[in-house]
Design a protein around this ligand. Structure first.
Ligand code: JHZ
Length: 406
């Protein structure tokens, strides 16, 4: 993709992560010599203000019947999505329980289950069949498909128009974003709302959390870029609410033009983005220098620990860990294994660098001296749960916002 996916104008490249595998492409021993890689480069489009990958692997390679990420693995996220549900219900967006709520990329149903349990009219759309099956078996009505304009028309035929169209950590995954926004416009009732959240560009820049970039995250959104994108399709932002999830996310509220009053939050956050200079390529050039520094500091620390004979393991085989490991060139010589609670990842190897993925129980029996916190976004939940690791002399390593030992 040489031009911006939103405006069709030029993209200024500012960061090259080199060859990267699929963020969730955990592999068996036999697949080690037959892995998929793509060139992961990041750019900024001055016209739309959209930060985006220059190249993204095809959607079918990333989302399929063996998708490795299940949303319900974090208890904190379960309560976060319960609050999201409560907010929608408490607002006047739904006239009654019959008003249709559609969720794009509902995964295992972590959000929609709240609606289905209380008898709300709902529909999930999820292309990764294995997670969609879990949603369906949990009582969440889910269509196993990618979302398109045709799918939107089909849904209208069977379910009518949507009063609320929601998504969490999904919109930023979709390369053909114009098709999606057009499809949303078709599906949405004239008075309907679109509410979605994704990792926030401002937070990534402030925290140097470069690992929010991997194959699935083709965009890093801001209020400016979302306003630009939806304005193209006669929709506009009417509210914005920052979230603490995933190291700093933004919840975007959109409607068809002139159908809702605009919250003062919109201008407040737009101003914050101008103050952060998110419209200036220089900001991204400086970010890329900080990313390079982070890489060398992390490698220095891991090599020093190895020299001292310390054992280091990783905690949580996140998608983000794929970027850290491959960009920095960290293999099993520096981090012995990664423990994770997701069964589909067990006894596999991390994408690209091939670190063994082990069970939580394995970690408990084979404690390292240091644990690298790959799920730094869940640090509160994890550090609390693992307090005995520190008590028994263990130490945590993080790389966000700076490489350090906690
Ligand atoms: P977590 C995924 O990213 C992928 P990831 C996706 N592209 C996205 O956008 C975000 O989520 C939202 C493990 N874990 O949430 C379970 C433990 O082992 O940071 C999971 O494998 N123990 C859709 O993968 C992984 O972490 C724990 O106590 O970067 C999830 O990582 C906890 C809390 C998690 O998302």
């Amino acid at each position: 993709m040489k031009n911006c996916r939103v405006s069709g104008t030029e993209i200024l490249e500012f960061l090259d992560f080199g060859k990267q595998p699929l963020g969730n492409g955990f592999i068996n021993h036999e697949q080690k010599n037959d892995e998929f890689f793509f060139n992961m480069r990041l750019g900024f489009a001055p016209e739309s203000k959209m930060v985006q990958l220059i190249e993204q692997p095809p959607a079918e390679k990333m989302f399929h019947e063996e998708y490795a990420f299940f949303s319900s693995t974090s208890n904190y996220m379960k309560s976060h999505f319960k609050e999201f549900y409560e907010e929608i219900v408490a607002s006047n967006y739904l006239e009654s329980k019959n008003s249709l709520v559609v969720e794009l990329g509902c995964n295992d149903g972590i959000l929609l289950k709240n609606f289905s349990d209380e008898g709300y009219n709902h529909l999930g759309i999820e292309p990764s069949m294995n997670v969609a099956k879990v949603a369906n078996s949990n009582g969440v009505k889910t269509v196993e498909n990618f979302f398109t304009k045709d799918v939107a028309r089909e849904i209208i035929k069977t379910n009518g128009k949507a009063s609320a169209f929601v998504a969490a950590n999904v919109m930023c995954h979709i390369s053909d974003i114009r098709e999606i926004v057009e499809a949303i416009y078709i599906l949405l009732d004239d008075n309907g709302v679109v509410i979605f959240e994704d990792p926030y560009l401002g937070s990534v820049i402030e925290k140097t959390s470069y690992d929010q970039l991997y194959d699935e995250h083709v965009f890093l959104f801001s209020a400016h870029s979302i306003q630009y994108l939806f304005n193209e399709f006669e929709m506009e932002l009417f509210d914005l609410k920052p979230q603490i999830t995933h190291g700093g996310s933004m919840r975007y509220y959109l409607c068809k033009k002139n159908s809702k009053s605009i919250s003062t939050n919109v201008e407040k956050i737009m101003k914050h983005e101008r103050d952060l200079k998110l419209d200036d390529i220089q900001t991204y050039i400086e970010f890329s220098k900080r990313v390079e520094n982070s890489k060398s500091e992390l490698l220095d620390l891991l090599k020093k620990l190895k020299k001292e004979g310390k054992k280091v393991a990783g905690y949580a085989a996140t998608s983000k860990s794929t970027t850290v490991l491959n960009y920095c060139g960290i293999g099993p010589d520096l981090i012995e294994y990664i423990c994770d609670t997701t069964p589909i990842k067990h006894n596999k190897f991390s994408p690209g660098m091939h670190l063994p993925i082990v069970t939580y129980e394995y970690y408990k029996k084979n404690r390292p001296d240091y644990l690298f916190l790959f799920a730094w976004n869940h640090s509160e939940e994890i550090l609390k749960k693992e307090s005995d690791f520190i008590d028994s002399g263990g130490k945590w390593i993080t790389h966000i916002p700076k490489v350090s030992i906690l």
